[in-house]
Design a protein around this ligand. Sequence first.
Ligand SMILES: N[C@@H](CCC(=O)N[C@@H](CS)C(=O)NCC(=O)O)C(=O)O
Length: 235
Amino acid sequence: MSVELWYWPNIPGRGEFIRLFCEAFQIDYTDMAREQNADALVEHMHGLEGIRPFAPPYIVDGDVTIGQTPLILQYLSDKEGHGSGEMEVDLQLLQLQLDIADFVEEVHSVHHPIASEVYYADQMDSAFEKAGYFRAQRIPKYLIHFDNAIAANGGPFSLGQQPSHVDTSLFQIMEGLDYMFPNYMKEMQGTWTYLEGLQGAVPEIEGLAEYLASEQRMEFNEDGIFRHYEELDDQ
Ligand SMILES: N[C@@H](CCC(=O)N[C@@H](CS)C(=O)NCC(=O)O)C(=O)O
């Protein structure tokens, strides 16, 4: 049975973390709002009963309806048998996925430091200031943390030779940062060698190369989380 993925159809956003995992591990899913539209997503979400997801992405898999990107990834990984086989390690993978979610939230707050509801153009000064701290402090702090996690098992993936949901997500944040801060990332090249190795290894996962080259792979854009504004990449 195909897993229903419900996510905004015009941005890669957090939905792309789910797509990448499903594509890499050949999990059958249907991208519902891309097959229909955003209105269908809103209507579907409002029609849900009981304890509902707060925001997309969420999945419907038979009787299971859950939101929160890390939880969805952990659930699918577990269900499809792509965990490590050890509870302690699987919890550490979930921990990393939650760290990634925290980072993604911070990435978004670079261009929307005051409020998500306010246009970027109306919070540019604060965004400029925030981006400076983000490049100088937060990116290195998070990326060193992720780099060390991969190094712990020797790479190229966080479990060593076996890819996991953490790796497709780390790939996406590296791709996103390259798009958002091309100057900064170029200057820092060679700093996070394990992450760079992972960024090269993930597209080699069988099934993923085809997806990445296809039209289904959504490009980053200025409505999503990783946005390129030249002024925020100033060195
Ligand atoms: N912590 C949630 C965040 C979900 C989230 O913020 N979704 C965004 C799109 S990427 C959204 O539609 N938010 C609506 C809102 O916050 O009101 C996750 O990791 O999935």
